[in-house]
Design a protein around this ligand. Sequence first.
Ligand code: GDP
Ligand code: FO1
Ligand code: CA
Ligand code: CA
Length: 308
Amino acid sequence: MRILSLAGGIGGARFLRGLQAAAPEAEITVIGNTGDDITLFGLRVCPDLDTVMYTLGGGIDEEQGWGRADEHHVVKAELAAYGMEPQWFGLGDRDIATHIVRTQMLNAGYPLSAVTEALCDRWKPGVRLIPMTDDRAETHVIVEDEQGRRAIHFQEWWVRLRASVPARQIVLVGAEDAKPAPGVLEAIERADVVILPPSNPVVSIGTILQIPGIREALSAKTVVGVSPIIGGAPVRGMADACLTAIGVETSAQAVLELYGSRLVSGWLVAEQDTGVALEGVRVVARPLLMTDVEATAGIARAALELAG
Ligand code: GDP
Ligand code: FO1
Ligand code: CA
Ligand code: CA
């Protein structure tokens, strides 16, 4: 069986670990979000690709959900001693090696998709991980405060401001001119089933769907989604702030309506989210907390069953 999954960071990566346990024989391709990517100190950082790669490759900081296990922050402290900005984004020493390899390869002319493949040669995540695009398409957030109305990088809003300043708008800068990375449309076409994991519906799944051609390709497939919202709240993180920014309620029903019946034909919700319904969509209730790999595998199995 060929399974295709979109993925953001933590939620997507944890779901994929369960999917691998549920379908060990399946060939899994993952289209990763690169809207969160940022250049810091001259280094290209791809948080969501790295979160998937480290999580499936056994190198993740399990508690934090991003970054490397057994991490050190000597470089960060040295940069701070020089007064180097920004200091609100922490790059760990082990993680920095990944960004150096990536940046060196990008500067040598390799596209991000080839670089990601090279990095995965080390981590062997057991899936084929493809960035949504090789082109630069970054999420920016329009905020308004005492300093007026301005656009800031998604990471500045998410990490420095902890999404505490309301987002007036969330924009994927460069989306119109971005092309799906090589292999993305082919992988969609070849897939027997497509899964939307419990990733951020706005800045992860929503971002990937904005790359011209991806949504169209998906509409020809059987797509099932797992709700990232349980009982009116994101399980972790600040997805509610992103939904509010685009005028969508934080509920399993509203996220289903956001994706729509043209995209999804099956929707997994948590057991407490009763009454979720949309014409043309099969809605099934299951425990949706990814507490461990076994529980997550149960969610993945339910998603595959829902796909028929
Ligand atoms: P990020 O890039 O690290 O923000 O991760 P993702 O884009 O993959 O999305 C994380 C989202 O997954 C969160 O905003 C939550 O709404 C959702 N999530 C996290 N843990 C769980 C869980 O255990 N169950 C479900 N159903 N959703 C979860
Ligand atoms: N998140 C934080 O809250 N603070 C950080 O300093 C931080 C550093 C960081 C470095 C590498 C990486 O891959 C991820 C990192 N994250 C950090 C997580 C990341 O910024 C966000 O959680 C995601 O981009 C949102 O999905
Ligand atoms: Ca992300
Ligand atoms: Ca369809």
